[in-house]
Structures are given as structure tokens and as C-alpha cells.
Write a protein that binds this ligand. Structure first.
Ligand code: NAP
Length: 488
């Protein structure tokens, strides 16, 4: 179920927001601690209960548990007691106040525990202490300081004996808000719009429904995700989730902001992840934690995909073939091929590695240009090609010029890795950046009459190949392209 909290400051505003929330929510939480003045709060409870079309949770959170109520404890509890007398569907009582509440009538009691600083290590103990008070529903909400805190919440949910609401707050807690149903959690909270969050890290109803298809998630849903840091702006969740739905697969893909790759790769085996995309900065740092690696990926020395089979994670690099296919398709339009072309690659990072190895196999004559010369030297040694410093690029004659650095990427869209005067009409210019789709480099190249290739096809192809590796199903490339273009 999706619960939308109402944090309005008056009864009128509350009733109006409840009407909007009713269109999307299965249940509504009335946060009466946001209503100033005791009498106003009382009126708000009475009128809301009369006018609601959805089940209501009445909550009056004190400041000590992250709420807004700053009156006396007696006044706070009197409002909750009144909600019980009025037979509200659900009343949320903090664990440390439960003994002071008289539980007559039909209201279901949620006994809640919040920790805004961390996810404590004695979650099991907290859970059993709450259960001693015979809750109808247990609610344990903590703060995630590391992605693995969510995994402890999932383990708690898996062993729950009573209907339970549990997830982590904060940006790192997003996955437990999205995946709670998979592990048995009965509801998640989502805000109607940005800026109306009642707790840190709440997603909007739109995000939950349109990107993660929250209502379709169940205990059988297969889990996938993108490992990186940062990942909040990644387009991969939107693309892969749309593809899963299009192909009728019961799977969901979530962003995983990982600081410590080693500890995540150990802990993630406790829950059933089927595969991952890997992005900056973990494409190389993840290698020691794999059970196996595909031959091409091993040669490249970096992966962007993990596939789990028989409990073992194998690494793949789909960037390599995605770049080669993208370039080949584009050249084919001019009846041209990659064979034996002179190629200048700017950059010596993960993308450059994948592309250089791919083009070497096509017989290209490659030179690597990089700001940090040592890195260019290392890559050229591994690929068996030439290298030079970026300042020297004008001295080299190339048929294909490829930018693999982030120069020109949003928001620095006016930057370009090379001056316009080194571009020649006969060149093919490929920029791996896809945001913006047309970079300053590509604009300059077009003005010089060059054939240009943007990073979009590489991006789509690497995601499509991941989808194929995970599912053995032909990816819906047209839809994936439409999703990316829509976002961009
Ligand atoms: P990376 O491993 O961190 O490498 C970054 C490269 O860019 C390094 O060679 C670095 O040079 C160079 N660089 C960065 N800022 C620079 C600057 N201000 N001046 C000169 N050189 C600079 O990153 P990556 O994984 O290769 O990704 C690089 C870009 O490719 C990103 O924009 C990413 O979004 C894009 N990408 C696109 C696709 C796609 O599917 N289209 C796939 C993968 C990556 P130093 O060695 O001197 O630091």
C-alpha cells in the first residue's frame, strides 16, 4: 500500500490535500503535529474523519521523534486518545508512550519507533520489545548512513511476526522505501509532491508509481540495481524498469549509492539481487569481489555489468561492444567501416579503455590522448597502441576522433576537449557524452562538416546488452530510446 502523509497547517488545507491524496493513496496519514493550537488539531481530526474516503492514520509526532508537536505530553496524548474514541482506522502511538494510552474501541494501534540518526544494531530486540505491547502493526523507521543498513531492515521484515512497516530514511534509504513489499512490509510512505515530505528521503508518488511500478512489486519480484556514487541522476532505473514492464517481467531496478564496494558486495548476497549495472567510481574497484569475469571484460580491466547465476556474480563489459556497434552503424550510413581507421581517443578512463579495446579488435590504428600522461601510457601499453599528451593532439592526423572525457557534459555544456580548428571535414567525431545529446564538440564538428556520432546509441546499446545478459530476452530498444530521449 502507498500512504500519503498530509502535513497541512489548517483543517481546510488538510481536507483539500486529502482529496488530492485520495486519488493516489491506499491510505492517508494525518500529521496533526503540523497543525498549530490544540483546539484546531482536535477540529481537524473530527472533520477529517468525517470527510475522508480512504482509511486514515492519525499521528501526532513529538519533536523528540522528529515531529512538530511542541506542547505538553499530556495534550499530545489527549489528541491521540480522542482519535481512538472517534474510531479512527489507525492511530500511531510512539513506543515510549504506549503504556499511557487506553486502547478501547476499534482503532488499530500502530506502535512506532523512529531513529533519525542511524539504524541501530539491536533491531530484533526493539521489535520484540514493541511486540510485548500487542500492536496491531509495528512501525520501525531508522536512518540509513550506509546502503547496507537497508539490508538489515529487509532481514527484520523477513522475520516479522506481526504486520510491519519498516524502512530507512535519508537518500541512502530509498531502496527500502521502494522494496519494502518484496520483504513483507505492509506499506510505504510517499509524498504528493516535492517539498511536502514529512520525513527525509520520501519519494514522490509519481516516482514510486511511474519509475518503480511500486504496486507490481511482490515477494517474487527479481531485484536489479545500479551501483555507483553518485547515482541519484542516473537514467538507468527509468530505462530498465520501463523495459521490464514492457516485457511483462516481474523485476525492479533501483539506484544503489555505494561508498564501500567491498562491504556492499558481501552484504548484498543476503538478499536476492539478480544483477547490477556498475558505474563511476566502481567499474574497476569491484573486480576483486567477483566470482568470475568474462574474457573481454578481463582484457579491458573494467566492468559495467554483473550477472548472478547459481549464486555467483560474473562481470561483463557492455560499453565496449555498445560503442563499436554505435560507431559501426553510423559509419554504415556512409557506406564506410571501422576497418584499419586512424583513431584519436581523448581520455584514458573506463570508457576509453572499453572503446580502445573494442576498436583494436577492428584493426584500428589508435592513439590515446590524456590530461594525465601516465594514465594514457598505461592504457596504450595494455591495448598496444600509441599515446601522447592532450596538448599534442593537433600534430596527429586522424580519421575518427573520440571524446571519452566528461568535458562538455551537463552542466559544463560550453566546454570542449579540443579547439575547433583541429577538426577537419573528412573526420568522424564521436562524443560518448549523452547529456546533452549534442555537445559543444559535436556542434563544432557539424559546423566543420564532420560526420558526428553522439553518446546516445552507446548508452542505449550498453543498457540493452545488460538487459539481454540478465533476462535472455530481446530488449525493447525503441522503448528504451524513447525513455532516455524523454528524460533528456
Ligand atoms: P573516468 O574513468 O573517471 O575517466 C575520466 C577521463 O576524463 C579521464 O581520462 C580524465 O583524465 C578525463 N577528464 C576528466 N575531466 C577532465 C578535464 N577537466 N580535463 C581533461 N581531462 C579530463 O570516467 P569514464 O567512466 O571513462 O566516463 C567518462 C565519460 O564518459 C563520462 O562523461 C560518462 O558519462 C561517459 N560515458 C558514456 C557512456 C555511454 O554509454 N555513452 C558510457 C560510459 C561513460 P585524467 O586521467 O587526467 O583524470
Amino acid at each position: 500500500m502507498i500512504c500519503i502523509p498530509i502535513t497541512a497547517r489548517s483543517t481546510e488545507e488538510t481536507i483539500s490535500e486529502m482529496a488530492s491524496a485520495s486519488k493516489h493513496a491506499d491510505i492517508i496519514e494525518l500529521r496533526i503535529d503540523y497543525i498549530p493550537e490544540l483546539q484546531n488539531a482536535l477540529t481537524c481530526i473530527e472533520k477529517s474523519l468525517k470527510s475522508t474516503t480512504k482509511p486514515l492514520i492519525i499521528t501526532n509526532r513529538p519533536e523528540r521523534e522528529g515531529g512538530k508537536f511542541n506542547g505538553s505530553e499530556q495534550d499530545r496524548l489527549s489528541l491521540l486518545q480522542r482519535a481512538i474514541e472517534l474510531e479512527a482506522d489507525y492511530v500511531d502511538i510512539e513506543y515510549d508512550s504506549i503504556k499511557q494510552i487506553n486502547r478501547r474501541n476499534s482503532s488499530k494501534i500502530i506502535i512506532s519507533y523512529h531513529d533519525f540518526k542511524e539504524t541501530p544494531h539491536n533491531l530484533g530486540r526493539i521489535y520484540s520489545d514493541i511486540c510485548q505491547h500487542k500492536p496491531d502493526i509495528v512501525k520501525i523507521v531508522t536512518y540509513a548512513n550506509d546502503i547496507t543498513d537497508n539490508i538489515r531492515i529487509f532481514e527484520l521484515l523477513k522475520s516479522a511476526k506481526v504486520p510491519t512497516i519498516s524502512f530507512c530514511m535519508g537518500e541512502l534509504g530509498h531502496i527500502s522505501r521502494i522494496l519494502t513489499k518484496k520483504f513483507g512490509g505492509i506499506l510505504t510512505f510517499a509524498t504528493l509532491e516535492k517539498g511536502k515530505e514529512s520525513a527525509p528521503g520520501q519519494l514522490t508518488v509519481k516516482e514510486l508509481s511511474e519509475i518503480y511500478h511500486f504496486k507490481e512489486i511482490n515477494r517474487e519480484t527479481n531485484l536489479y540495481g545500479i551501483i555507483g556514487n553518485p547515482v541519484s541522476h542516473s537514467m538507468s532505473p527509468a530505462i530498465h524498469n520501463a523495459a521490464f514492464i514492457e516485457k511483462g517481467l516481474n523485476s525492479v531496478y533501483v539506484p544503489l549509492k555505494i561508498a564501500n564496494i567491498g562491504s556492499f558486495m558481501k552484504e548484498c548476497r543476503k538478499i536476492d539481487f539478480h544483477g547490477f549495472s556498475i558505474t563511476i567510481p566502481h567499474k574497476e574497484s569491484v573486480l576483486p569481489f567477483l566470482d568470475g569475469i568474462d574474457q573481454t571484460a578481463e582484457k579491458i580491466g573494467a566492468i559495467n555489468t554483473l550477472v548472478k547465476q547459481n549464486r555467483k556474480f560474473t562481470g561483463y563489459n557492455t560499453d565496449c561492444m555498445a560503442a563499436v556497434i554505435g560507431l559501426e552503424c553510423s559509419l554504415k550510413k556512409n557506406n564506410d567501416t571501422l576497418n584499419n581507421k586512424k583513431v584519436s581517443i581523448i581520455g584514458a578512463g573506463g570508457a576509453a579503455r572499453a572503446i580502445a579495446f573494442g576498436l583494436k579488435e577492428k584493426g584500428c590504428d589508435i592513439t590515446i590522448f590524456n590530461r594525465t600522461l601516465k594514465r594514457a601510457e598505461k592504457l596504450s601499453y595494455d591495448v598496444k597502441c600509441k599515446f601522447a599528451s592532450l596538448e599534442e593532439i593537433h600534430k596527429y592526423d586522424s580519421e575518427i576522433l573520440i571524446n571519452t572525457t566528461s568535458i562538455g557534459m551537463f552542466p559544463d555544456v560550453d566546454h570542449t576537449p579540443v579547439p575547433k580548428n583541429i577538426l577537419k571535414e573528412s573526420m568522424v567525431v564521436f562524443d560518448v557524452i549523452y547529456n546533452p545529446i549534442e555537445t559543444r564538440l559535436l556542434r563544432n564538428a557539424k559546423e566543420k562538416g564532420c560526420h558526428t556520432v553522439n553518446g546516445l546509441s552507446m548508452f542505449i546499446n550498453q543498457a540493452a546488452e545488460q538487459f539481454r545478459l540478465w533476462t535472455n530476452i530481446e530488449p525493447p530498444i525503441e522503448l528504451m530510446t524513447k525513455v532516455v530521449k524523454g528524460i533528456l
